[in-house]
Design a protein around this ligand. Structure first.
Ligand SMILES: [Mg+2]
Length: 94
């Protein structure tokens, strides 16, 4: 799935611009859960039965709320990636 497809998928059932602060707070909450999973050393690619509380799950949760916020603020993350690549190539001499 492309990032734009993930953004569109999330927007279909979870899009509430009037609750933008809620999405931001959820993002921060998920970053905290990611920190816990990293501290617990729960890396690797788990299957469904073992997904709960892993780095994989929490990384996805962070990505979910990044996409949800991008939707609320009308940001296309794929386009932004292209623009940032140009800036980063110059900044970091890639
Ligand atoms: Mg989580």
């Amino acid at each position: 799935m492309k990032l734009s497809e993930l953004q569109s998928h999330i927007k279909e059932f979870d899009y509430a611009p009037e609750h933008s602060e809620h999405y931001f707070l959820k993002l921060i909450e998920e970053v905290g859960e990611l920190a816990e999973s990293i501290r617990a050393g729960k890396g690797g690619q788990p299957d469904l039965a073992a997904l709960k509380g892993t780095i994989a799950e929490e990384l996805y949760d962070v990505l979910y709320y990044v996409c949800a916020l991008a939707n609320i603020y009308d940001v296309n993350l794929e386009k932004t990636h292209e623009l940032k690549e140009v800036l980063n190539k110059a900044k970091y001499n890639r």
